[in-house]
Design a protein around this ligand. Structure first.
Ligand code: ZN
Length: 341
């Protein structure tokens, strides 16, 4: 038995060595794959399919009517190309502008828009609940989500249709906006100024801010942000204990968190913010929680009553905060936290 084992070792040893040398030289990823964390894989996939920001150069032909330009700019060689015809035959456009705006608001406004991350772009879906507060918020094992409202996501939190269904994610808004250039020009502001924009992923908000025109992003008045802190941010001791590699991958890191609130702080028209934060372990160290909440102090709009921060853990009050901090009534067990959500 020992002789046969020795023979097998002599025969197979060189083969195994050759494989290791070959793999190390030509396929280093094969040797390292099992050591890569799931977070790193998720991060790399999200980076690969991240939406591209708007180009800095102006578009050849803007969608809004040239009337938005000054006369001098309109006459210049760089003025947008294309013709716009009078829509005198349209019964809608025969109505007074005030009535048309009421119709635009009915069609496009006063709803909650869930912004979802898709491959190479963002998608948006109208909330099926009467209001964003009534839209059920759940935990899918990785992050907070509203999957019962807008469908499923994959392990990288990228939207994927349920059962392979090829469902559009334009919320039935785009056909109306694309029907006529005058209607688009008159109604596009209503879309941004009257809807609540709901984000369950910090990267979504960041991508949204750089994939639409800054003038449109500045029109947003109502914001709903849900975020699950999967790792102990601002707690280096806990990070060193829990993680082999203490570095947190975006969007679960401190830098993304702070960048998110810089974006929100720069939004000039906000009238209401609701931030819902889930952290299973809670903050055992008040100093770490203070560091986590510090970026929210830079938000000056809206006022305290209209800036709600719901957290899933107990702790001290922050009387000087520019937001209303709402903690759960009971936080003894995880199940009680779930009920609070
Ligand atoms: Zn919803």
């Amino acid at each position: 038995m020992r002789a046969s084992s020795l023979a097998i070792s002599i025969v197979c040893g060189p083969v195994v060595c050759c494989y290791v040398v070959f793999a190390a030289c030509f396929c280093p990823g094969r040797l390292q794959r099992h050591t890569e964390s799931d977070d790193k894989k998720r991060f790399e996939r999200r980076q690969k399919v991240a939406p591209r920001p708007l180009p800095i150069r102006p578009p050849e032909r803007c969608l809004t009517l040239p009337a938005c330009l000054s006369e001098k700019a309109a006459r210049s060689a760089t003025a947008p190309k294309g013709k716009t015809f009078e829509q005198t035959q349209s019964r809608l456009l025969q109505l007074p502008l005030e009535l048309r705006r009421m119709i635009y608001r009915e069609v496009l406004g006063d709803k909650t828009m869930h912004i979802v991350l898709k491959e190479n772009r963002l998608g948006h879906l109208r909330c099926k609940a009467p209001s964003s507060i009534e839209c059920p918020l759940g935990y899918n094992g990785r992050s907070l989500s509203r999957e019962c409202c807008w469908g499923t996501v994959d392990s990288a939190n990228i939207w994927c249709p349920r059962n392979g269904e090829r469902k559009r994610t334009d919320g039935d808004i785009l056909p109306f906006l694309q029907s006529c250039r005058q209607i688009y020009s008159e109604s596009i502001d209503t879309l941004y100024s009257t809807n609540t924009f709901s984000f369950s992923d910090l990267d979504c908000l960041r991508y949204f801010s750089c994939t639409i025109l800054p003038s449109r992003f500045a029109l947003i008045t109502m914001l709903d942000v849900e975020w699950c802190m999967s790792w102990p941010i601002y707690d280096t001791t806990a990070q060193n204990l829990l993680l082999t590699n203490p570095a947190l991958y975006p969007p679960n890191d401190e830098a993304t968190w702070e960048a998110t609130w810089r974006i929100i702080a720069d939004m000039p028209s906000l009238k209401f913010i609701r931030a819902s934060l889930l952290y299973f372990d809670g903050f055992r160290d008040t100093a770490c929680e203070s560091k986590m909440l510090a970026p929210l102090f830079s938000v000056t709009k809206p006022d305290k009553e209209n800036f709600e921060v719901h957290v899933s853990w107990g702790g001290d009050e922050f009387p000087d905060a520019p937001f209303t901090l709402l903690r759960p009534m009971v936080r003894d067990t995880l199940s009680s936290d779930d009920e609070a959500w």
